[in-house]
Write a protein that binds this ligand. Structure first.
Ligand code: 6PG
Length: 256
């Protein structure tokens, strides 16, 4: 099942997604283990983070007991301008004064295998596990590329990557910088909530393909692996009865 929310532009998309995220934090039932979220990079991340900070205002307590992870990372130093961690630190963690001990970077260390193993251990230590032994994240925030990739799961990925039961994998991809680390499909399948923030030109075809039952994009694969996936899009999409789409627009799913 897909919940499709359409927005008129990236700012209203970022504002709408931030509002839902803060609403989810506000309505949390008390529990011992933290709320875990995995963040992505890409151009939508900046307005999304800015909207989270703006809407938080003085309600800093909303972020207590939240642990931050990353869906993927570029294999660059943590202070590199291309680092997803660096972007989140600058635009989210520092403005909200989130202790970095709760922000689990995905890079650093002697090599990508070591970084993947370390991040896997940190994630597994803070989440319940599925029957398959995968960490169950509370919320995964994805972007989508022009080829329908999510995280650093690209259309050209090998069967080994696609079928992997690991938590994080070192991969290479067509989007620079090429050397990356990514959550696997197996983890994305088990997350309680997956939200995909889709903005930017040239993505109409990939989004349309991803809405189809037999879509061939990485996003389509994630959608098929899950009960429900929520799409927040400022990219126009045909929602007519083409018989091949499998989605429902929630009551608020009109173009806003
Ligand atoms: C990354 C991202 C990647 C991104 C998409 C969309 O590290 O590059 O995690 O998956 O979310 O490529 O990026 P844009 O929103 O910039 O198109």
């Amino acid at each position: 099942m897909i919940e499709l929310r359409q927005f008129s532009d990236s700012d209203s998309l970022a504002t709408g997604a931030a509002r839902r995220f803060l609403g989810a934090l506000e309505s949390r039932s008390p529990r011992p283990h933290p709320f875990t979220v995995a963040l992505s990079g890409g151009r939508i991340a900046t307005p999304f983070y800015d909207a989270l900070v703006a809407q938080t205002g003085g309600r800093r307590a909303l972020w207590e007991n939240v642990e931050f992870f990353f869906t993927d990372e570029r294999w660059v130093p943590l202070d590199h301008p291309d680092s997803n961690f660096q972007l989140a630190r600058e635009r989210l963690f520092e403005p909200l004064e989130i202790p970095l001990v709760r922000c689990h970077a995905l890079a650093g260390g002697p090599d990508r295998e070591f970084a993947a193993a370390q991040a896997q251990a940190e994630l597994l230590a803070r989440t319940p596990r599925s029957v398959q032994g995968q960490p169950i994240l509370d919320l995964v925030i994805l972007g989508m590329g022009e080829d329908g990739h999510v995280a650093s799961l690209f259309p050209e990925a090998s069967a080994e990557v696609v079928e992997s039961r690991k938590v994080y994998l070192p991969v290479e991809g067509p989007k620079p910088p090429p050397e990356r680390l990514t959550l696997t499909y197996a983890v994305l399948a088990e997350a309680r909530e997956v939200w995909v923030l889709i903005n930017g030109s040239g993505k109409e075809a990939a989004l349309q393909e991803s809405l189809c039952e037999n879509g061939r994009t990485p996003l389509a694969r994630v959608i098929r692996s899950r009960e429900r996936t929520q799409l927040f899009t400022a990219v126009p999409v045909e929602t007519g009865g083409d018989g091949r789409s499998q989605f429902r627009s929630p009551e608020s799913g009109i173009r806003t």
